[in-house]
Design a protein around this ligand. Structure first.
Ligand SMILES: [Fe+2]
Ligand SMILES: [Fe+2]
Length: 217
């Protein structure tokens, strides 16, 4: 029997997304497994559209965070051909494919079957990540690396959200440098020799240079 999973807090943002994914998958499963009265086509179609919209708005950004931040770390740690790495990629591709089928008008398979397949793939994927991938990461990554991942995930792991912070920091540095320059003493100006001195100088008085009369002997 598997014990409770103790998730490293630095991976909480992704685990939180997983809870939402399970809730959405459960809604789809209940609609098609006979737990509720049979749904009409319009209701099922609306449900399928909501599931597809959920993927676009929430699950796809989650996948991208995992692919951008966790997969490279996993490749570096376990190797490019490691089962965990390969399975994450394959299952992301599968969930994306099954999501496209939810709203594909050319897909003639019953919508109940498509919803059931989508929900099962999503549940299986979340369980795999929580029980195997995240477990392997938090048990093998150095604390420093988990800290780095935690910081990335805490701000959404989205470079677009990180960019304004970097820009603000850069502007702050620029302003600080400008202020420092403004308060610094300017270098002494070179004073150009007054060329007009000779022209403006008062003319010598004609008798000014008369020698003093010598005292008689
Ligand atoms: Fe994933
Ligand atoms: Fe995930």
């Amino acid at each position: 029997m598997t014990g409770p999973i103790r998730r490293d807090p630095r991976l909480f943002p992704l685990s939180h997304d997983h809870h939402q994914a399970l809730a959405r998958a459960r809604e789809a499963t209940l609609a098609v497994d006979g737990s509720v009265p049979p749904q009409d086509v319009a209701t099922l179609t609306a449900l399928a559209e909501r599931c597809a919209a959920y993927v676009t708005e929430h699950l796809e950004p989650h996948f991208k965070r995992e692919e951008k931040h966790l997969l490279p770390v996993s490749v570096a740690r376990f190797g490019r051909d490691d089962d965990l790495v390969v399975r994450v990629k394959e299952e992301h591709a599968m969930v994306r494919k099954l999501t496209r089928r939810l709203t594909d008008p050319k897909d003639k398979a019953p919508l109940t079957g498509r919803l059931a397949a989508w929900a099962k793939a999503l549940v299986d994927h979340v369980r795999f990540e929580e029980r195997e991938w995240f477990e392997a990461l938090q048990n093998s990554l150095p604390d420093k690396e988990l800290e780095r991942l935690g910081r990335l995930l805490a701000n959404g792991g989205d470079p677009a959200r990180e960019a304004p912070r970097k820009l603000a920091a850069k502007e702050s540095v620029t302003k600080a440098v400008a202020a420092k320059k403004a308060t610094a003493q300017p270098p002494p100006k070179k004073v150009a020799p007054k060329k007009s001195v000779a022209r403006t100088a008062a003319p010598k008085k004609s008798g000014a240079a008369k020698p003093k009369p010598r005292k008689g002997r």
